[in-house]
Design a binder for this molecule. Structure first.
Ligand code: PRE
Length: 282
């Protein structure tokens, strides 16, 4: 089976892929939606996509594309530590503080705001399609005083010099990735994790007071632990939202189906996005 990911080589997404898909054929894509489209068009069987970072929160493009455009089952989750470094072309190593622009993925820039504000104050930054794309751009422009924020592997891959290590604003920086596939994939075996989560998408009936409270009660009295609840716009008008709810348990035959039926009885729309093993890489 072939695994699609946000490229080019040496993105954080590729790092996550390599942790659980060793020896698999990999195919990089220019954007996150393109990697998901590739599963739909059967160019690849699996896509790994970033979904949430500890410092910056949800990767909105992923959740929105997954809920509004493609309906791909979530079959696994990978969480990896994220270490951001500032890197330049080796020719600019000594005078890196004179950089005129910093490139990176918007989520990586957001993870390093404090560093950019204090160490490179006033220097413009530009978001590009991925951290590795930023590193590649810096390599391709040795005569421009530009820097990239990316990982260690990208520095190696594109021959850049790391001039400031660990520039992310807080120590505990992790990103979660979803594994999407329409194929049968034993992710429990691949990842070695039997810790399961289940993700639901819930829409509320319009303008009925207290519905969200009742939704939460359906999980609370069954003692189903929620690890995340997030609202995203339905894109149909101001004030119209749906909810993505992550449950800390595997889809069973009683509790989760019972909670889903209760939500439907309240007039909610409920879609199961997946029940999957979750692998935390230290
Ligand atoms: O640009 C990359 O290297 C990615 O894999 C994307 C991405 C993201 O979308 O959050 C993944 C992990 C890091 O949080 C920063 C960027």
């Amino acid at each position: 089976m072939k695994v699609g990911f946000l490229g080019p080589k040496a993105t954080f997404t590729e790092l996550a892929v390599k942790k659980v898909f060793p020896g698999f054929e990999l195919e990089p894509f220019r954007t996150i939606p393109e990697s998901m489209d590739a599963v739909v068009s059967e160019k690849v069987e699996i896509a790994v996509v970033p979904i949430e970072n500890t410092l910056e929160g949800t990767v909105n493009i992923t959740i929105d594309y997954l809920t509004h455009v493609v309906q791909l089952p979530i079959v696994g989750e990978i969480t990896i530590p994220i270490k951001q470094h500032l890197m330049v072309h080796p020719d600019n190593r000594e005078n890196w503080q004179d950089v005129k622009k910093v490139y990176s993925h918007s989520h990586a820039i957001a993870q390093c705001h404090k560093f950019l504000h204090t160490q490179l104050n006033g220097i413009p930054y530009e978001s590009v399609s991925s951290t590795a794309a930023a590193a590649k751009m810096v390599m391709d422009q040795p005569n421009m005083r530009v820097a990239a924020i990316a990982n260690e592997l990208a520095a190696e891959e594109y021959g850049l010099s790391i001039v400031q290590k660990d520039i992310h604003d807080f120590n505990h920086n992790h990103t979660r990735f979803f594994v999407l596939s329409e194929h049968k994939l034993d992710f429990e075996e691949l990842s070695g994790s039997s810790h399961y989560k289940t993700t639901l998408m819930v829409t509320l009936p319009t303008d009925k007071a207290g519905t969200l409270h009742m939704v939460l009660s359906a999980f609370a009295w069954r003692k189903i632990n929620l690890s995340k609840i997030e609202s995203r716009p339905m894109k149909t008008g101001i004030g119209n939202y749906f909810f993505i709810i992550d449950l800390e348990m595997k889809l069973d035959e009683v509790l989760i189906p019972g909670a889903m039926a209760e939500l439907e009885a309240l007039g909610c729309g409920v879609t199961l996005l997946g029940s999957y093993p979750s692998k935390m890489i230290k």
